[in-house]
Design a protein around this ligand. Structure first.
Ligand code: UDX
Length: 433
């Protein structure tokens, strides 16, 4: 198959490289000259484990290319994937579809007969209809299809998620689009990954519903964690106790500082808007969003309380800034609000993150950036684990105790055993325990 991927962001690049690895011929197109230039020179503009090697081997094999010039590659394409950004529109939380529609307009005069246009970007229900209308206006006689194929990739595990998915969702309104997409994903049937075919609208909604449901699990367990602290139970026991019920499932039941990232916050808001637009409000999702917003600010207060309340002039070591481990992504990271709350209370924040220090500069100011965890803890009145990086799982607590001004560990990811930490002479504050 000849595939064109429009957009070399996170989704476009990972999907393009994986499709090439399946054996298809893929050209990734972007308008950003510096991105294409970097990719042509073997530099990957995002941090994703394994992606550099995957890109390198597929470029070397001649299956993966990059270009700025859509017109030079589109006429050959059997399938054209739209993988451009759909950020939250400022002010109202709707998904901003301007990049999707611009891509549709630009590709319309270049599409070949029988081409399948596939929305991979996360887009609200009905966007496929609009893309079809845009293209139809430009080429009233052309035979083409528009399909939806949402992605369920987690940052940091995206390649594995792509190659060994729980399922692939294909939303099609005609048999030709279904055939082409089945062929594109055929290599996955070897791993018994189910390929679920449904209508385009159902596929569009599936993506939002999946993210909203996962976000619901997180907000739910975070509230249960708060209750556990009040009643003297350990939330990890409760999570295990409910998660082993296969109707509930054990994943996404880890309490923490609230969900962040490029998907959950944006997609839950967009789903709420869709509900409002169609007069079908989603009260559960509304509560999930509110609980998560509150959660992030509560975490700053939790640290301040652990320090004893009188905190002006104190110093805190923040271990981790990114919204989760194995990414440099700072979008909607709880660390942003935690750092802000601490700074507002007059605390100096020393920070270390294995990958996120550069990206954090755009969203948090006045951090003292440190070389590693121990440098961050030097002279601090508490160490606060915000992100579950492996580097923070086995800290040398003896050394940390010597460096810290006060041996206080606030573990917002429950990485440590209370007994181990307290044995080393630390005060220990965790989540839901
Ligand atoms: C998510 C979805 O998992 C993926 O399917 C979709 O395509 C994009 O959005 P991602 O944002 O990369 O992926 O991260 P994910 O691993 O899902 O974590 C999202 C947030 O939830 C993080 O802030 C994480 O720390 C938090 N989380 C996750 C919890 O607090 N507890 C959990 O048990 C799981």
């Amino acid at each position: 198959m000849q595939i064109v991927m429009i957009g070399t962001g996170y989704v476009g690049l990972v999907s393009g490289a994986c499709f090439a690895d399946f054996g298809h011929h893929v050209t990734c197109v972007d308008k950003d000259e510096s991105k294409i230039d970097a990719l042509l020179n073997g530099r990957i503009p995002i941090f994703e484990p394994g992606l550099d090697a995957l890109v390198e081997s597929n470029v070397a094999a001649g299956r993966l290319n990059f270009t700025l010039d859509l017109a030079s590659v589109l006429p050959e394409a059997d399938a054209v994937f739209i993988a451009v950004g759909t950020p939250s529109r400022r002010g109202d939380g709707h998904a901003d579809l301007s990049y999707v529609y611009a891509a549709a307009e630009e590709m319309a005069p270049l599409l070949r007969e029988g081409a399948v246009v596939v929305d991979k970007s996360t887009v609200p229900v009905g966007t496929g209809d609009e893309v079809e209308t845009i293209i139809r206006k430009v080429c009233p006689e052309l035979k083409f299809s528009v399909a939806s194929n949402p992605e369920f990739l987690r940052e940091g595990a995206a390649i594995d998620d792509f190659k060994r998915p729980d399922r692939v969702v294909i939303g099609v309104n005609d048999a030709h689009a279904e055939e082409v997409l089945q062929e594109i994903y055929r290599p996955l049937t070897r791993n018994d990954s189910p390929i679920l075919t449904m209508s385009r609208r159902a596929a569009e909604l599936t993506k939002y519903a999946a993210n909203a449901f996962l976000a619901t699990k997180i907000s739910f367990i975070n509230e249960i964690a708060d209750l556990c602290e009040e009643v003297g139970a350990d939330v990890r026991d409760v999570a295990r106790g409910i998660g082993t019920d296969s109707r509930i499932g054990s994943r996404f039941l880890q309490p923490g500082p609230g969900y962040g990232g490029s998907c959950f916050p944006k997609d839950t808001l967009a789903l709420l808007k869709t509900g409002q637009n169609y007069g079908s409000p989603l009260k559960i999702v509304e509560a999930v969003v509110a609980v998560n917003d509150q959660r992030k600010s509560a975490m700053g207060a939790k640290v301040i309380e652990a320090l004893g309340g009188d905190v002006a002039g104190k110093t805190v070591a923040l271990l981790g800034l990114t919204f989760k481990a194995n990414t440099d992504d700072m979008r909607d990271s709880p660390a942003i609000e935690i750092a802000q709350a601490l700074q507002d209370a007059g605390i100096t924040v020393r920070a270390y993150d294995p990958e996120g220090m550069e990206t954090s500069k755009a969203v948090i100011s006045n951090l003292v950036y440190c070389d590693d965890s121990y440098d961050a803890m030097t002279g601090a009145d508490a160490a606060v684990i915000v992100t579950e990086w492996d580097a923070f799982r086995a800290l040398d607590l003896g050394k940390a105790k010597e460096l810290l001004n006060r041996p206080l560990l606030v573990d917002l990811r429950n990485l440590y055993s209370r007994t181990d930490v307290e044995k080393q002479g630390f005060e220990y504050v965790a989540v839901g325990r």
